[in-house]
Write a protein that binds this ligand. Structure first.
Ligand SMILES: [Zn+2]
Length: 284
């Protein structure tokens, strides 16, 4: 089993990176897969248009997991992590009584995903360093995991945070901490940096190179170029239901997002260009 884990700050286009890369015949994109443990997960809609409970991919993962771990695995995870199946995993530590059972369930979950996908890689956009490094590496061995770090120029990133309701200073703090943390938390030999500015204007070349580095087959897309946009249609059915709500989109229009130029005030631009921008340039 090989797992590719997207780590990166929010609004770094990680879902789109997942879809583009997940169009390789060797890679199965599973989105923010641990949302599968949410109690209402089966009622959510998958990108294939079916509800997760009827989707040909996820319904089989669900059936297999019931075979392996019994029908109550969602309740057990929820009980163990008090409903916070995401971040609480990190804080509980190994001595927590539910830890071993929850890890067993997660292990069987990946086994089911791997069997159903049948590809060299599973690609997750969970973006949770602790989950990846403390749980998944512990279960499957460190060499099983490779990391894709999605980052973006802080001007665009801050503007995107503001659009989603964050305050300016919160955005600066979160983005800055994530820049540093990702560089510290992920071993150099197992990380690939996916900079928004490097791929947004030339996705075909960028993702071809990246799949070659990963020793995976090239993504299969229909590509239509117009003046300053590229429309990409993955030729493979992708099944995700968590993360950004990209629903049944036929094509993905790829265009550099420069809205920050008008959305950020002069003062905000000065603050970002004297704090986050030098950090971004230094680290990435
Ligand atoms: Zn589906």
């Amino acid at each position: 089993m090989n797992i590719l884990m997207i780590l990166g700050h929010a609004h770094s286009a990680s879902t789109l990176v997942g879809i583009l890369l997940g169009s390789s015949p060797d890679i199965t994109f599973i989105g923010e897969e641990y949302d599968f443990f949410r109690e209402d997960a089966l009622d959510d809609y998958c990108t294939c248009g079916e509800r997760v409970g009827n989707c040909p991919f996820w319904s089989r993962v669900n059936e297999r997991l019931i075979e392996l771990e019994g029908p109550d695995f969602r309740k057990e995870i929820k009980g163990g992590y008090r409903g916070l199946h995401r971040d609480a995993i990190y804080f509980l530590g190994k001595e927590h009584p539910c830890q071993e059972r929850c890890k067993q369930i997660i292990s069987s979950f990946y086994k089911s995903l791997h069997e159903q996908a049948g590809t060299k890689y599973l690609l997750s956009s969970a973006k949770n360093v602790a989950y990846a490094r403390k749980i998944l590496e512990d279960l499957f061995g460190p060499e099983t995991l490779k990391y894709l770090i999605t980052v973006r120029n802080p001007m665009g990133a801050v503007a995107s945070f503001l659009r989603h309701g964050w305050s300016f200073w919160q955005s600066v703090r979160i983005i800055g901490t994530t820049y540093v943390m990702l560089k510290l938390a992920v071993p150099r030999t197992r990380r690939f940096v996916v900079k928004y500015e490097d791929w947004i204007n030339n996705p075909v070349e960028f993702f071809h190179k990246l799949t070659q580095k990963l020793d995976a087959a090239l993504p299969e897309w229909d590509v239509h170029r117009s003046e300053n946009t590229i429309a990409i249609k993955p030729l493979k059915q992708i099944h995700i239901f968590a993360g950004n709500k990209i629903r049944k989109k036929e094509k993905h229009l790829i265009k550099e997002d420069l809205r920050w130029k008008t959305e950020l005030s002069l003062e905000q631009k000065i603050i970002v260009s004297t704090t986050l921008l030098p950090l971004y340039k230094l680290l990435y």
